[in-house]
Design a protein around this ligand. Sequence first.
Ligand code: KE4
Length: 425
Amino acid sequence: MSRNTELFERACRTIPGGVNSPVRAFRSVGGSPRFITRAQGPYMWDAEDTRYIDYVGSWGPAILGHAHPEVIRAVQEAAVNGLSFGAPTEAEIEIAEAIAARLPSIEKVRLVSSGTEATMSAIRLARGVTGRSKIIKFEGCYHGHADSLLVKAGSGMLTFGNPTSAGVPPEFIKHTLVLDYNKLQAVEAAFQEYGPEIACIIVEPIAGNMNLIKPLPGFLEGLRSLCTQYGALLIFDEVMTGFRAGPQGVQGLTGVTPDITTLAKVIGGGMPVGAFGGRADIMEHIAPIGNVYQAGTLSGNPVAVAAGLITLKLLAEPGFYEHLEAQSAKLANGLAERARAAGITMCTDYVGGMFGIYFRSTIPTTFEEVSTCDLELFKRFFHAMLIKGVYFAPSAYEAGFISAAHDDAVIRQTLDIAEEVFAKL
Ligand code: KE4
C-alpha cells in the first residue's frame, strides 16, 4: 500500500472524508489524495517524496510560489513576537492601507480569517445598509459555505433556490435568488419583479468555481447599472480573482466598480486572511461604529497579516502581472496546441495568473456550457498528468493557478508531459 493511501485510510478514521475541505478528497476524479509534506516554488512533494509541478497553489494563495523566502522570513519575524493578541496592531493598519491603495472602490476594509467569513459578512452588511432581505447569486459561483449562499437554482427562471446542503433550513435561503451567469435579461427580470426588496447581487466577476468563466461584454456593466438603478449593492467576490486576475482584480481590468469587495487567498499569502471593504459610508455600518455586527478572535492576526503584507508588496514589483499572464498564456496555449495536434477535443483560457482547461470544443460562457465538458476525459487527463508529476486541480469545475515561480523550464516540462499524455488519452 502506498504511503499516501495509508495516510488517507488513517485520516478517514478521525477526519470526515479524510480531509478538512471536500475538494481535497479527489472524489470527483477518483483515487487517493496525495498527502503533501513540503512545497517550494512551483513544486510540492508528497508522502512518498514524489515531486509535482503544482497548478493548484493552495487554490490561489501561492501566487509567489510556495515558501517564498521573504514570506517565510516575515512570518518567522512576526511569530517570535507572539502569535495573537486580540488587540489592534500597526500591521493591520498597513495591510488595510495597502488594500485600499490598490482597490479604489475600497475606502475602508475589515479583516477576517477566510473567504467565507468575508462573503457572509458582506451579505449581512448589504442587508443592514439597505434594510432589504433578498440577494441574487449565480449558478456555478461559489462564495464559501455560509447558509444563505449554499443554494442551487430553483426549477423556474425566477424561482428562489433550493439548499445545496443538508442542514440549511428552507427559511434560511428563501431570500436567495439564483440566476444564470452571463444572462443579464434574467437579472433585469428579477429586478423588475423584486427590485425594491433586493439588498445586493454577489458575483464572482470572473468565475473560478465552475472552471474559469469570463463575464460576457456588458454583463458586469449591466449588474452595476441595475444595482444603481434599484438602490441595491453590488458585491464583487474577488476572493479568488483579487490580485490574481490582475493588480487591481477584475474591477481594475473592467472598470466596473462594486460597492463591496470580498478578498482572501492572495492577501494572506498562504495564511488565513480574508477581508471585505468598500466606500466609507457603507463600511461605517459595521460594528463597533455601526449596527451591523461582525467580529473574529483571529481577525487581523499579526502572523497571517505579515505574510499578506509582504506578498502584496512583492506583487507590486514592476512587470509582475505581465510576467504572470505571459506564463499563463504559454501554458494554456501550449496545452491547447498539443491537444489539437493529438486530435483531442479540448480548449483553454486564461486571465492573469489563472487558467481554465475545458474538454469541449469551445470556451464555455455559462454553467450549462461548462457542464457539457467531457468529465471522463478530464479524469483520465488529470490522473495521467498526476502520475507523471503534474498536479492540476482535482475537479473539472475548478480553475488552475500559476505562480511567479512557474518559469519557462517548468512550463516546457509540463507541456512535454502533456504531449505524451495526449498521445495516449
Ligand atoms: P474560503 O472560506 O474557502 O477561504 O473562501 C471561500 C470562497 C469564497 N469566494 C470564492 C470566489 C472562492 O473561490 C472561495 C473558495 N474557493 C475554493 C476553491 N474553489 C477553496 C477550495 C476549498 O474549498 O477547499
